[in-house]
Design a protein around this ligand. Structure first.
Ligand SMILES: Nc1ncnc2c1ncn2[C@@H]1O[C@H](COP(=O)(O)OP(=O)(O)OP(=O)(O)O)[C@@H](O)[C@H]1O
Ligand SMILES: [Mg+2]
Length: 139
């Protein structure tokens, strides 16, 4: 529910991602925000596991990752390394959204105005122990 924050272990984060997955209509956009190491990519990988039934590949330095799923491709865009929001134009978000069963955008604030609005927005933060994270459903 928007506005409520929960403290989650890694295992609980996967359960939370699976619950979000069933709610997402085709071509949904999910934003992942939060500080470095807060668990954004981990949450993306949990959504990929829920939706594609496969392990997500380990993160690389590529900006865009695509995963096949029965309902269509799951797209993960990591905007962290965009030097300038204009670079986001080259990513062609409209096409990614059209083709994607799900478009997951990490560091959307770095993509500026070209980033599509989210259907769901998950904000993550460090918890009081290294093994937990705070998750807030912003939208
Ligand atoms: N409860 C938890 N939820 C999510 N990640 C956790 C949790 N506990 C430990 N971790 C660990 O924290 C790390 C989170 O890294 P991750 O790459 O997902 O962060 P990130 O937000 O994508 O960082 P960056 O901004 O650098 O891309 C992983 O090694 C993960 O295993
Ligand atoms: Mg990341």
């Amino acid at each position: 529910m928007p506005g409520t924050a929960e403290t989650l272990t890694l295992e609980q984060l996967h359960v939370r991602a699976a619950a979000l997955w069933v709610e997402l209509a085709p071509s949904s956009v999910v934003w992942l925000t939060g500080e470095l190491g807060a668990g954004k990519t981990t949450f993306v990988q949990a959504l990929v596991r829920a939706g594609a039934g496969e392990e997500a590949r380990s993160p690389t330095y590529a900006l865009v990752h695509e995963y096949d799923s029965p309902g269509g491709v799951l797209v993960h865009v990591d905007c962290y390394r965009l030097r300038d929001p204009e670079e986001a134009l080259d990513l062609d978000f409209a096409d990614l959204q059209r083709r994607g069963r799900l478009l997951m955008i990490e560091w959307p604030e770095r993509g500026g105005a070209h980033v599509p609005r989210p259907d769901a927005h998950i904000h993550l933060a460090h918890g009081d122990r290294d093994s937990v994270r705070r998750l807030e459903r912003v939208r």
